[in-house]
Design a protein around this ligand. Structure first.
Ligand code: URA
Length: 243
């Protein structure tokens, strides 16, 4: 192209642009919007962030858990014991860890201690299917030993995600491991039981673990008093009388 034609075309372009801007200015447009914002690409969220976000359902939480190998308990288990009950339960019971029967059946609290828990739930006027039952730890510790802190830490996001998915009105912590995992306290159970504490805005009642009650039947009376408190608060918060 002849350089004179190029200069002419460039001058035309500048003139047309200036005319167009002047026309827009006369119409009242006194600024030019910048280029539309390009949305930031979504940062991939870590597994922990997803679990703690409160956006996962129980089913999704179970899917994230998968065939877990995150801690040293996995080679010892028969199966993961995730939790059982109503996915929108108003009341969640949290125990310690699966025992032999739970490991065999894949359901929490089905052995002797579990049968006592079922009777405790029924004594309150509820059924197992009305509540949700889970443990701090989802795999059976070898020889039913107490769960260790690294095992509790590795399972913790899943317990939190379960509670967030259910959003219960009440939580009942069964025994010392559940209490320390949820309330982050080392205070003895005897100082904490029989009253409500706060877990992220949810009232949490502390009581004895059913396995402890099997070994110490004289404490069943106190446990029943705890459950009566729970029963009363359940009715107050749900509007459903129990009997
Ligand atoms: N003890 C628990 O803490 N959980 C169970 O599931 C069974 C026994």
């Amino acid at each position: 192209m002849d350089p004179r034609d190029v200069r002419h075309e460039a001058a035309e372009l500048v003139k047309n642009t200036r005319d167009s801007l002047e026309a827009q200015r006369q119409l009242g447009l006194d600024f030019l919007p910048g280029a539309p914002a390009v949305p930031e690409p979504e940062r991939p969220r870590s597994e922990r962030e997803r679990l703690l976000s409160g956006t996962l359902s129980l089913v999704e939480t179970r899917q994230v858990l998968g065939e877990c190998t995150r801690c040293k308990l996995h080679p010892h288990r028969t199966q993961i014991v995730f939790g059982v009950g109503h996915p929108q339960a108003d009341l969640v019971f949290v125990g310690e860890a699966p025992g032999a029967d739970e490991d065999a059946q894949g359901e929490p609290f089905v052995g002797r201690a579990g049968q006592l828990l079922t009777r405790m739930i029924e004594a309150m006027g509820l059924k197992r299917q009305d509540v949700y039952i889970c443990n701090v730890i989802k795999c059976r510790p070898p020889s039913n030993r107490t769960p260790e802190s690294d095992e509790i830490a590795s399972c913790e996001p899943f317990l939190i995600a379960q509670i967030k998915a259910i959003t219960p009105k009440l939580i009942c912590a069964l025994g010392g491991i559940a209490v320390s995992a949820l309330l982050k306290t080392k205070a003895p159970l005897s100082k904490l039981r029989g009253r409500f504490h706060d877990y992220q805005g949810i009232p949490l009642l502390v009581t004895y673990h059913p396995a402890y009650l099997l070994r110490n039947p004289n404490e069943k009376k106190s446990a029943w008093q705890d459950l009566q408190l729970l029963q009363k608060e359940y009715t107050r918060l749900t509007g459903r009388p129990l009997g």
